[in-house]
Design a protein around this ligand. Structure first.
Ligand SMILES: C[S@@+](CC[C@H](N)C(=O)[O-])C[C@H]1O[C@@H](n2cnc3c(N)ncnc32)[C@H](O)[C@@H]1O
Length: 272
């Protein structure tokens, strides 16, 4: 089969990192995620696979998969309570969450910039009419109308996106959508200033020299000062409760270091 060429902007091309990580993790012994769809997709792309696989470290793979693993867990919990709810993935890239978490009833929305959605449609066309792709910037708030009624519940994930924005933009984004989506929950990953240094290094090492991390934060309480419509559900340190597996010693040390300094976390919030 002919491989699919990639022509994406500098932030958009970072979608390759979580994809390659999920594909690589799936091939480890006792993987955190079993993402056969990611393996299949990665195979289809015309990218320098050897270089990408060589340049992504084990801690990088586990970090990106831990994020997906915890988001999957939260989605499963949400779907238990809201089986007919809606799931919106902002900055979906080539995310394969639907294939890991669908319950056969929920409605799924994947939003990303037009070039990322064009690639997604090419390699991962909508499998049925419960899943819709939205080719818009998350800053074009007309996507709220595309989602429509949220009385059956809305869970939003924003994996690997907000740290690329300036704090002011994140503040405007969250405080704009919160009052319009009361009752919805949102989960996204964040990075500290210290963590930014290491993660930026990993992104550059993987060949994405033009993608820069911007927003750093340690304490989720700061976000609640941006809008009275935002409440904290929980903050999760990366690698907390990660099942034991046979990682290298250097990876175990890096995970511990990451936890001690809260280098990366997941924030789970509710709009009220
Ligand atoms: C690191 S990738 C993460 C991809 C995906 N969430 C995953 O974990 O596999 C960042 C994604 O954010 C998307 N993105 C960047 N700016 C965006 C914007 N203004 N609106 C929507 N998506 C955006 C990129 O196109 C890219 O797909």
């Amino acid at each position: 089969m002919e491989k699919i060429k990639i022509n994406l902007g500098r932030v958009q091309e970072t979608l390759l990192l979580p994809l390659v990580s999920r594909a690589k993790e799936t091939q480890y012994k006792n993987p955190l995620l079993n993402d056969t769809k990611a393996v299949e997709l990665f195979e289809q792309l015309d990218v320098d696979k050897k270089k990408l696989l060589r340049n992504i470290t084990e801690i990088g793979v586990h970090g990106l998969c831990y994020r997906a693993y915890k988001m999957d867990e939260a989605i499963h919990e949400f779907l238990q309570k809201h089986p007919n709810g809606k799931i919106l993935d902002i900055g979906a890239g080539l995310d394969t969450t639907y294939y890991r978490c669908d319950n056969g009833k929920a409605l799924w929305y994947d939003l990303d910039l037009p070039d990322s959605i064009a690639l997604r449609k090419q390699v991962l066309p909508e499998p049925n009419n419960r899943i819709k792709y939205i080719a818009k910037s998350m800053l074009d708030y007309s996507w709220i109308d595309d989602i429509g009624d949220i009385s059956n519940g809305l869970f939003i994930t924003v994996p690997g996106v907000l740290p690329y924005f300036k704090e002011e933009d994140v503040k405007i984004f969250l405080s704009t959508i919160a009052p319009k989506l009361k009752g919805a929950e949102i989960m996204f990953d964040v990075i500290s200033n210290f963590g930014k240094f290491f993660v930026d290094m990993r992104i550059k090492r993987a060949g994405m020299k033009e993608a820069h991390l911007e927003w750093a934060i340690l304490d989720p309480k700061i976000i609640t000062t941006w809008s009275k419509h935002i409440e904290i559900v929980r903050a999760i340190k990366f690698f907390e409760g990660i099942p034991k597996s046979n990682q290298r010693i250097s990876t175990k040390v890096a995970m511990r270091f990451n936890k001690i300094f809260d280098m990366t976390q997941l924030f789970h919030l509710r709009f009220v």
